[in-house]
Design a protein around this ligand. Structure first.
Ligand code: GLN
Length: 305
């Protein structure tokens, strides 16, 4: 069978699950990754015959795709912020909206001479590792409740050649912080935030395959993780520190109230590429004259959206 014929075969097989464009995109992305070919080569080599020893593996993996396993879990890797990350069903697949969170921090802090950052609930490690790559002056820390996730994050840090201090910690355990008296300039987090009631409205691929502990919150406590983050920040952020987090789009007024009531100042929220309020960043102290560059940089980010 040729590459073109097999691309077609995958597309046809996946069509009950995806619309034709998405099925074709999955087929191409799968074959590019497995044949180590850039997109244009896949087209140019369309008439090449597939190496027969690979066809058995391809058919097995096509079955997984057909059962709704996300492509990144089948391949065992995902792209995020220009880097490659190992992923498994123990960690959430990195999402584009989280790249925007990373981008915001990189832009705001690329000129900060020193930085200490804690990624709370790191999962695959994608936020901490992308920040470590792009803010080489930063001393990076990352925690997760899941040992399985931490072992993936450690492997990802090694593969991407960055040094990160990892520790196992449940972010809801605000009485015990994992890094002692260490203080941070930035706390960053993409905690679980989808209200459980929305489960039935989500794509079956996500619900059936990604870790629920990284996605969902109880309907009666939707801000659970932000309450914990706010408290952690009051204990271990430097006075001039800030907290960045990805959030559910529906709760920004409640989040603003929560952070202001905990003693934070200057609550900001930003929309993601889909126009949903997705990112918050909160400063512990009001921005004073010496730090006006933060305000300028923020304004330029908002102007460029
Ligand atoms: N943005 C993810 C999604 O919509 C959710 C990530 C999270 O809960 N932190 O699937």
């Amino acid at each position: 069978m040729t590459i073109r014929e097999y691309t077609r075969h995958i597309t046809d097989t996946l069509q009950p699950l995806y619309d034709v464009h998405e099925a074709a995109a999955v087929a191409k992305a799968y074959l590019q990754a497995r044949l180590h070919l850039p997109a244009h080569e896949l087209v140019l080599r369309g008439n090449d015959t597939l190496p027969s020893p690979l066809i058995g593996q391809f058919n097995d993996e096509l079955l997984l795709l057909q059962q709704g396993t996300p492509l990144q879990y089948v391949l065992g890797e995902a792209e995020f912020y220009g880097l490659t990350f190992k992923v498994s069903p123990d960690v959430l697949i990195p999402r584009p909206e989280t790249e925007e969170l990373v981008n915001l921090i990189v832009r705001q802090h690329r000129h900060s001479p020193t930085l200490r950052i804690w990624d709370v609930g790191t999962g695959s490690g994608c936020i901490a590792i992308a920040l470590a790559k792009h803010l080489p002056q930063a001393e990076m820390f990352a925690t997760d409740i899941s040992e399985a996730a931490l072992s993936i994050a450690r492997a990802n840090a090694k593969a991407n050649q960055v040094a990160i201090t990892f520790a196992q910690h449940d972010m809801l355990d605000t009485a015990h912080l994992p890094f002692g008296d260490t203080h941070f300039d930035i706390l960053v987090s993409n905690p679980p935030y989808i209200p459980a009631a929305l489960r039935s409205t989500m794509h079956p691929n996500v619900v059936a395959h990604e870790p629920h502990s990284a996605l969902f919150v109880p309907d009666d406590q939707p801000l659970l993780f932000y309450e914990a983050l706010a408290l952690i920040g009051t204990k271990c952020l430097n006075p001039q520190g800030s907290l960045f987090a990805e959030t559910f789009e529906g709760y920004h007024e409640e989040l603003e109230r929560l952070f202001l009531s905990q003693g934070y100042n200057d609550f900001q929220s930003l929309e993601d590429i889909n126009g949903k309020k997705r990112i918050i960043f909160v400063f512990l102290q009001p921005i004073n004259d010496e730090r006006l560059w933060i305000r300028d940089e923020r304004q330029s980010i908002l102007d460029n959206l």
